[in-house]
Ligand binder design. Structure first.
Ligand code: UFG
Length: 326
């Protein structure tokens, strides 16, 4: 297939570009490099453009003849979305609408969307399956949910078929060591604990030890970036085989606490990790764990790197390079 990967220079997008090329697809990245990295592009073509630029999108689609689009280009910081919702609705929603309209204008009708567990808001039950009510509690989650609802409308009205993939906690790095996570600022737990292990930062904060969990720290479902990429390839197969849209939750179904992640980093790296206990971070649910049985049953998805130590080991290989410890 000829695939347009929007946000292909970012963390998950760059792993996807590499995987698509390895699977024999022709791939073109569209990125404005607002948060992505040029040296994260390992394959395919590049269109340097902004999703706010509808003319540039029109030109990209006129020249591209794409069979499908994957969309990874969004802002991802929950706290920032509370402080500056306009930035999130503009980029994550309005710019996505530009992209969808450009697809329709050029009769591209297959779309894989990077959604988030944040669409579910405060969990009413855990693990979270696709039937769980979706009442997001911050602008980031709402921007993702609004796209999902728009996709349902576009399916009915225009026949645009989509798969929304709700990632739980994306983590890990390219098993070959070529790519990894490089957010600036970094807010995610796994890379921050690894920075404390490598010495790039003095310590990691633990945001709350008084949650209703066995060790008092929050529980999350960490899913390897390479397994997320496999789900995207399977979503393309789904769209080719079935003339309908769907949404799937993507996680391992195993929850690990913040303390367990820190213990895994100490185990895998053999290094000390200094901890600073800090107050709860606003908006953090105690437990977020996916029920991903639908992705397994319908897509045939089989996460391969489900062991936490493997996720941490791959991310550690990447962190060693960033820290110059090679
Ligand atoms: N945490 C710490 N210290 C840190 C960073 C995080 O204790 O320095 C804790 C958080 O409080 C949370 C857990 O580690 O309990 C995981 O936090 P992350 O920020 O890594 O991930 P989240 O679960 O908050 O975020 C995930 C995705 C986001 C997405 C969000 C939506 O990684 O991109 O879900 O809910 F926006």
């Amino acid at each position: 297939m000829r695939l347009l990967v929007v946000g292909g220079a970012g963390y998950i997008g760059s792993h996807m570009v590499k995987r698509c090329a390895a699977a024999g697809h022709e791939v073109v990245t569209l990125d404005n490099f607002s948060t992505g990295h040029r040296d994260a592009l390992t394959a395919g073509g590049l269109i340097e453009a902004d999703l706010a630029d509808r003319d540039a999108l029109g030109r990209a689609f006129a020249a591209g003849r794409f069979d499908a689009v994957m969309h990874f280009a969004s802002f991802i910081q929950v706290a920032e979305s509370v402080r500056d919702p306009a930035r999130y609705y503009r980029n994550n929603y309005a710019n996505t609408l530009n992209l969808l309209e450009a697809m329709l204008a050029h009769r591209v009708r297959r779309f894989v969307f990077s959604s988030s567990a944040a669409v579910f808001g405060e969990p009413q039950r855990v693990p979270i399956d696709e039937a769980h009510p979706a009442y997001p509690i911050n602008p980031y989650g709402r921007s993702k949910r609004m796209v999902e609802e728009t996709l349902a409308d576009f399916d009915r009205a225009y026949g645009l078929r989509s798969v929304a993939l709700r990632y739980f906690n994306a983590a890990g790095a390219d098993p070959e060591g070529e790519l990894g996570e490089r957010h600036e600022p970094e807010t995610h737990l796994v890379p921050l604990v690894l920075r404390a292990a490598s010495g790039r930062s003095p310590a990691v904060s633990v945001f709350g030890r008084d949650y209703d969990t066995p060790d008092g720290t929050c529980i999350r479902d960490y899913i390897h970036v390479a397994d997320l990429c496999e789900a995207h390839l399977l979503a393309l197969d789904f769209l080719a085989a079935r003339d309908r849209s769907a949404a799937f939750n993507l996680g391992n179904g195993n929850g690990f606490s913040v303390q367990e992640v820190i213990d895994a980093v100490r185990r895998v790296t053999g290094r000390a990790v200094k901890i600073v206990d800090a107050p709860r971070r606003e908006g953090d649910p105690a437990r977020l764990v996916a029920d991903a049985r639908a992705a397994r049953a319908v897509l045939g998805w089989r996460p391969r790197y489900h062991a936490l130590d493997t996720i941490v080991a791959h991310a550690w290989a990447w962190e060693r390079r960033q820290a110059g410890l090679e």
